[in-house]
Design a binder for this molecule. Structure first.
Ligand code: OFO
Length: 181
C-alpha cells in the first residue's frame, strides 16, 4: 500500500522519466539531422532505457493498488549547439533526476514505506552508472575539441550501443523481461 504522499511523488517521477525519454528522443532527432548517426543511435537507446524506467514505476504503482496519473509531458528543446552541448545537458538532466530520486527516497523513509525504498534502490544505483557514462563521453568530446576525425570516431563508437532493456510492455514487465523461448 502506498501513502498519498508516496503515490503523488511516484506519479511525478513517472512523468520525469517520460520527459527524459522525450528529451533523448529530441537529441536523437537533432543528431540525425546533423548526420551524426552514431550519436542518434546512442540517444535512441537512451530513449528506450527511459521508457523502461517509466514503465517500471507505472507497474509498481499498479502492483501496489495505486492510481497511475499521467501528466502532460513538457516540450524538450529541439536545437543543441554541439555534441558536447547535448552531453552536458544530458548530464545536467541526469543530476536533476538523481536529486529527485533522492527526494523520493527521503519521502519513502519518512512514510516508513520499506517496499518503495527497496524499489527505489534500483534507480539510485542506475543513476551512478548513467552519470558515469555521461562524464566519460563528455571527457572524450572535450579531448577532441570538435576535431572532425575524432568526432567521427566517437560517432562510430556510440553507434555500436544496443538496447538491453525490453521495449514491448503490452503483457507487463515480467513477460517483457523473460528471456525469449
Ligand atoms: Fe536517465 O534515468 Fe531514468 O531514472
Amino acid at each position: 500500500m502506498l501513502s498519498d504522499k508516496v503515490l503523488a511523488e511516484l506519479n511525478e517521477q513517472l512523468n520525469r522519466e517520460m520527459y527524459s525519454a522525450y528529451l533523448y528522443m529530441a537529441m536523437s532527432a537533432h543528431a540525425k539531422n546533423a548526420g551524426l548517426n552514431g550519436f542518434a543511435n546512442w540517444f535512441m537507446v537512451q530513449y528506450h532505457e527511459e521508457m523502461f524506467h517509466a514503465m517500471k514505476i507505472y507497474e509498481y504503482i499498479q502492483q501496489q493498488g495505486g492510481k497511475v496519473e499521467l501528466k502532460a509531458i513538457q516540450q524538450p528543446p529541439a536545437d543543441f549547439e554541439s555534441p558536447l552541448d547535448m552531453f552536458k545537458k544530458t548530464l545536467a538532466h541526469e543530476q536533476f533526476i538523481t536529486r529527485s530520486l533522492n527526494n523520493l527516497m527521503e519521502t519513502a523513509i519518512a512514510e516508513k514505506d520499506h517496499a518503495t525504498q527497496i524499489f527505489l534502490q534500483w534507480y539510485i544505483t542506475e543513476q551512478v552508472e548513467e552519470e558515469d557514462n555521461d562524464n566519460e563521453i563528455i571527457h572524450q568530446l572535450e579531448m577532441i575539441q570538435d576535431h572532425p576525425h575524432g568526432l567521427m570516431m566517437i560517432d562510430r563508437e556510440l553507434g555500436s550501443r544496443a538496447a538491453h532493456v525490453p521495449t514491448d510492455f503490452s503483457k507487463g514487465l515480467e513477460a517483457a523481461e523473460a528471456p525469449a523461448a
